[in-house]
Design a binder for this molecule. Structure first.
Ligand SMILES: [Zn+2]
Length: 274
């Protein structure tokens, strides 16, 4: 679940996530925290946007991931390379300073992104960045710095049964994006509540922030397959695998003898990570 802008409506949404054991990634504009602004919209009522306050982040987003969204919500498609870099770096630094936690994820403001912009973001230490281009699939992203989500939350409920009945030995991901202020609409709130109740609190789903998920995938890609052994060179990431239907872990720095029995090592079981 990836939610943008950091308005006060995030609090209610987090209450729903917490009831259902769901983890969100919240993409914040650190330069706008604490402000109240009026958003003018074409053919729709204005929105009074009240951002959460700087001193409330650790309280509101406890158990969830805080991520970048540009310090000022700059449109990267109309900005110079140095302005893009500055807006992302400033956001990372300010959010890190406020929370004392690493910021490794982001969502592109306005969804504005392309290969060139992703290349700039890559140099800031961000490991994954979400767009707004829905794939309507549960496939893993090809490029984590241009991470096209499964869908906007307005269509998530339609897709939930497909996900829950998915039959696959491979990994999948259901990545939903949105804005908590849209749930001021009663029908939309009802839909997201039903979605969370259906998909939440299950043993066969790993509920993770985008950063945690990406770190695991990068460690998985980093495994070294030798003829006689499989090595996990990651300094801090345990990898999970199945052998004869039993779950095992491959600790950071650990090697195991190569065996056909766990040729399925690329298809990790995640439920016991929690
Ligand atoms: Zn935004």
């Amino acid at each position: 679940m990836s939610y943008d802008d950091g308005l006060v409506q995030d609090k209610k949404l987090i209450g729903l996530f917490n009831e259902n054991g769901i983890v969100g990634t919240f993409n914040l504009n650190s330069g706008l925290l604490g402000q109240t602004n009026t958003w003018r919209r074409n053919n729709a009522p204005d929105i009074i946007a009240t951002y959460v306050s700087k001193d409330s982040l650790l309280d509101i987003y406890k158990h969830h991931e805080i991520a970048a969204h540009g310090a000022t919500h700059l449109n990267f498609l109309n900005a110079s390379d140095s302005a893009i870099y500055q807006d992302v770096m400033t956001d990372i630094k300010q959010l890190t300073s406020l929370t004392k936690m690493a910021v490794i994820s982001m969502a592109y403001p306005f969804g504005s992104s392309n290969e060139h912009i992703a290349g700039i973001v890559r140099t800031t230490g961000i490991t994954n960045a979400r767009t707004v281009a829905s794939t309507h699939t549960f496939a893993l992203p090809k490029d984590y710095l241009l991470w096209h989500p499964t869908c906007h939350d307005s269509t998530a409920l339609e897709m939930v049964n497909d996900y829950l009945s998915l039959k696959s030995n491979g990994l999948s991901v259901f990545n939903v994006w949105g804005h908590s202020w849209e749930f001021d609409d009663a029908k939309r709130w009802n839909d997201i509540t039903n979605f969370c109740r259906k998909i939440g609190n299950r043993k066969d789903i790993w509920y993770a922030g985008a950063g945690e998920f990406t770190s695991y995938q990068l460690a998985l890609k980093g495994l070294i397959f030798r003829q006689d052994s499989i090595i996990n060179p990651s300094p801090n990431q345990t990898i999970w695998y199945r052998q004869r239907n039993k779950l095992h872990s491959l600790a950071p720095g650990q090697a195991i003898p190569a065996s056909k029995e766990y040729s399925g090592i690329k298809y990790m079981v995640l439920q016991d990570l929690l």
